[in-house]
Write a protein that binds this ligand. Structure first.
Ligand SMILES: [Zn+2]
Length: 563
């Protein structure tokens, strides 16, 4: 039986955090054999989180001085643990250039026109404009409902070229799409189709804009959080980041920055889009919830918008360190997490700092604990066969930009990176019995994960909710697009269990909220046990005599083989 040590810092004032850590409450069933080591290691892990998610770090926004200060902490730990610099120019840093954009919602407007009648929409209530891509200043175009907006002709599924709406009819139109996809398509495929192929299919079809409607099922939090996050600046890689050149080498990795109208529509207001078509949003939602195919049809109205934006240039670094392996020919295993978070924003519960303690100070802390453990091995002359590359990304919250830049411009030869193990809010909220591993069905890394899981008494399971697109929503996906096998993992639960509800509540209350801070309850013993598992997984992948590779059956194998 595992002993649970819960940190209940929320019960006291913020000033007393240190004494609280020392007096961490222990609840659950006491077990005479439970390891005091786990508790000590849990506290050491939490100590990193305490530094990185402190209010003084102001939410570590990409490009901010506080992000750089947090980066300084990480680099000092890399040195302390005996890691060599592996960034640019003999440093631990890899600077990345971005364009930052704000939408001025006060000066922008959006509306519908049906049967010659103008119907203004309220920004924030009905829809929000995307700050993540260059938007045209004005738009006036017909709306077409395009179902899930998935373009997968090889699987016989293509919303862009269906009988009802041939591709040619999309030229000059704004498409409206719903999150999700039909049940017969594997989750990985739907996830992939929602990224660059959708944008490319839209550009090829001459589409001028996209309006996406999240289904309530696909939303991790309510519309008010979507609306308040719209005031956040968006970003993309600046021309000097050389993304266009990367796109030529790795079509999957490059992005298209041509201006395109992009907005998210509030599902509670979405009937406005469907009125007068003979279809309703409710009907589409029922089909989407059942993962049934969706019809495509003309929405018989136009969308007009004026979009006012402001832009700035920003530089922010990735951090890279390495431990050499015993066989220089065997390459590296990358271990990664992201340091950036959302900075300071709209108040939630009277608080404006988005600390990002779990997202993803917790992942960075585990990378640091892994570095400490493997650094100590190396000190004793114990090195795995492959080297280990410790990579901390910037601009994950801006659309996986730091990792995309690193995957396109690796600081070691690209072919030397054999695998990536990524950590992004693995959420040690309860005892560690099970891990949900994203990418498990795709590569030989699954064998390593299962072997190490068995040794640690942890059940290794696939992603139970593939429609949340988690596999393409964090940094491992940049490695996947560059052909590198990757895994990411989170604490697992059984559907309907108390753990499931704890996880769901965390998403609803804390995810991308000011409440993801140091006052939340975290199971430090479980975190320490996870860290021990993770370090062993890194060792196992680094020692594996066979080079990690995608399975024949994997959809993502195409990026590895370049086919
Ligand atoms: Zn996040």
């Amino acid at each position: 039986m595992k002993k649970r040590g819960f940190l209940l810092a929320g019960l006291v004032g913020a000033g007393a955090i240190l004494s609280l850590v020392l007096a961490a409450q222990v609840s659950g069933v006491a077990d005479a054999t439970a390891s005091t080591d786990d508790e000590a290691r849990g506290k050491a892990w939490w100590a990193h989180v305490q530094v990185l998610a402190d209010d003084s770090m102001k939410g570590r926004l990409t490009g901010s001085p506080e992000y750089l200060r947090a980066a300084g902490y990480v680099v000092r730990r890399f040195k302390e643990y005996g890691l060599a610099p592996a960034g640019v120019g003999g440093s631990y840093y890899q600077p990345v250039h971005f364009i930052e954009q704000w939408v001025n919602a006060g000066k922008s407007s959006i509306g519908l026109v049906a049967d010659g009648q103008a119907q203004p929409l309220v920004l924030g209530q009905d829809a929000v404009l995307s700050s993540r891509s260059p938007e045209p200043q004005t738009v006036d175009a017909g709306l077409v409902f395009l179902g899930y907006g998935l373009h997968l002709p090889e699987s016989g599924y293509d919303d862009f070229n269906s009988g009802e709406v041939p591709g040619a009819l999309l030229r000059g139109k704004i498409v409206v799409v719903i999150n999700g996809g039909p049940a017969e398509l594997p989750g990985a495929l739907k996830s992939f189709a929602r990224t660059s192929p959708m944008r490319r299919a839209m550009a090829d079809a001459g589409v001028v804009g996209i309006v996406s409607i999240p289904t309530p099922k696909s939303m991790d939090f309510g519309w008010d959080r979507v609306a308040s996050s719209a005031s956040q600046p968006g970003m993309w890689l600046a021309p000097e980041a050389g993304d266009a050149e990367v796109a030529r080498r790795h079509p999957a990795l490059g992005d298209d920055h041509s201006p395109m109208f992009a907005a998210t529509f509030n599902p509670a207001q979405a009937e406005k889009l469907f009125a007068g078509t003979g279809h309703s949003f409710a009907e589409m939602l029922t089909l989407a919830d059942a993962q049934k195919p969706l019809p495509r049809f003309d929405l018989k109205k136009r969308l007009t918008a004026t979009v006012v934006t402001e832009r700035d240039a920003v530089v922010s670094p990735n951090l890279v360190a390495k431990l050499e392996g015993s066989d220089p020919e065997a390459g590296f295993v990358a271990v990664s997490a992201h340091l950036d978070h959302l900075g300071v924003g709209e108040p939630i519960h009277g608080k404006t700092i988005y600390n990002g303690a779990m997202d993803d100070a917790s992942g960075v802390a585990t990378v640091l604990e892994t570095a400490r453990m493997l650094g100590a091995d190396a000190e004793k002359g114990v090195r795995p066969r492959r080297g280990v590359l410790f990579v901390i990304f910037t601009a994950e919250e801006k659309g996986l930009l730091g990792s995309r830049y690193f995957a396109g411009h690796p600081t070691v030869p690209a072919a030397a990176i054999k695998a990536d193990l990524n950590l992004d809010m693995f959420l040690p909220l309860f005892a560690l019995k099970k891990l949900h591993v994203q990418g498990l069905e795709q590569s030989t890394l699954a064998d390593d994960a299962r072997k190490v899981g068995a040794a640690h008494g942890i059940v290794i399971a696939g992603d139970p909710e593939p429609d949340r697109n988690s596999f393409v929503r964090t940094d491992q996906y940049s490695f996947v697009q560059a052909g590198v096998p990757a895994l990411a993992m989170k604490f697992g639960w059984e559907a309907g269990s108390p753990e499931y509800h704890a996880w769901r509540n965390w998403l609803a209350e804390r995810y991308h909220s000011t409440q993801d801070d140091l006052s939340q309850p975290v199971d430090l013993v479980a975190a320490a046990q996870f860290n021990a598992f993770f370090a062993d997984l890194v060792r196992a992948v680094a020692d594996d005599p066979a080079t990690p590779h995608y399975l024949e059956s994997s959809f993502f194998r195409r990026f590895e083989t370049g086919q």
